[in-house]
Design a binder for this molecule. Sequence first.
Ligand code: NAD
Length: 464
Amino acid sequence: MSFYSTPIEEIPAIREALVKGFASGKTKNVLFRKTQLIQLAYLLQDNRERFIETLAIDLKRPVLESNFLEINGTIAEAYEAFSRIEEWTKPEKPHFDLNWFFMRPEVRKEPKGVVLIIGPFNFPLWCLLGPLAGALAAGNTVLLKPSELSSATADLVAELIPKYLDPDVVRVVRGGVPQATKLLEYPWGHLCYTGNGRVAKIIGAAAAQTLTPVTFELGGKSPVIIDKSADLELAARRVMWGKCANAGQICVSPDYVLVHRDVEEAFIKEVRKVHTKSFGPHPEKSDSLSRIISPHHASRIKALVDNTKGNVILGGEVNVEERYVAPTVVRDLDGDDSLLSEEIFGPVLPIVKVNDVDDAINFITSRDHPLALYIFTQDKKVKEKILSSTNSGAAVVNDVSIHALAAGMPFGGVGASGSGGYTTGKWGFNTFTHFRTTLDVPSWLDKIALGSRFPPYTDVKLQD
Ligand code: NAD
């Protein structure tokens, strides 16, 4: 695939422009930040149709998914930051403490400086421009590095950013590994990386050399537990939606299902109905199914399906050149199956039978903490038991994936699924903010409380 790349030799000047932009002090002004944020919302709103087109080129993404899953949520991020910035930027006071009160203690919200945001292909707007809203609200200047894989959308982002946003404040570097590697040579006020765990290790190692603080928004295998008390029709509808939206290329896609053995057959029956209703007898002709981002990723998914020891009961077809993977359901798998080893990131649903809730909990806790955990049950005790015995970036009961768009909530992982801060709403603002402690200490305090700290350390002072 060919794509435009920023020449490596241009990168130092691009970064320097942002260093100067930050040093100019203009981003300290809240009104200036608000202008940038509303411009960001307009960038998306004015060009919605063009983004729908580029997302269709990159991912053959259906219009409804582009609006619902990506564009609306990204506009909401910019607009929320625009509307709440005064509240977010207000200095905070600690709880009252007579010993410290007279020093006027305050936590000021300062920008971190020039920050770098590296985005992935699967949500080339939400994962790039969503964090941008938080970074701008916090008063930083920002370098964006979109994924080279979603190149049509990256082209459009690169075209529009200078038209809508101040070039002293936001710049785009296009390209892949060479450009990202060059960017990693520099110290940044903050680095936000969204992508896979393998590359996160490379980025973390490079950031350690420059002492750059990092946020990792990663992925992994987000499990679904189907308890025997679950509403199976609802579970099948919602799980299949989450599995097939964006062709399963969602970091919080339900990766695999752990179903109670008593309801396995009934659940699979419901899954079959949803499959037929959603995609008909020829899913390859459906307008409701995205494509995989590249032939390389399609063949990776094909290998997972080819190597499974489970039974493929629905779908299974892959056309690597067309980047097509049929919505696929596989059952009767062992815990060490190929489909249970790595994040699938495609519309393939493995169903694993478990004996009971404890079995499901053990399965999950013996693996990395997932980005999301989904529980289908109508039994409050089961819900509480699972929530209190597991850990994950987020947990949703009786639905999947939608928490990523929930207003006012943090979004991120834990352990292997992410760390170092969140990228949504006020939580995103916090990620890109330095919380600066300030004290303003009156001279007269030395006459009372603070006087005893100065030498000579006499016995009288020791007794104070
Ligand atoms: P990708 O291939 O687009 O890579 C992501 C970014 O990393 C790109 O900008 C790419 O240029 C850069 N990159 C690749 N190799 C690099 C290297 N060696 N050094 C420096 N930079 C490099 O996308 P991906 O990583 O395949 O993204 C999919 C993953 O992202 C999945 O695991 C998914 O779960 C995760 N994800 C997480 C979130 C979240 O918010 N937690 C959101 C979306 C995707």
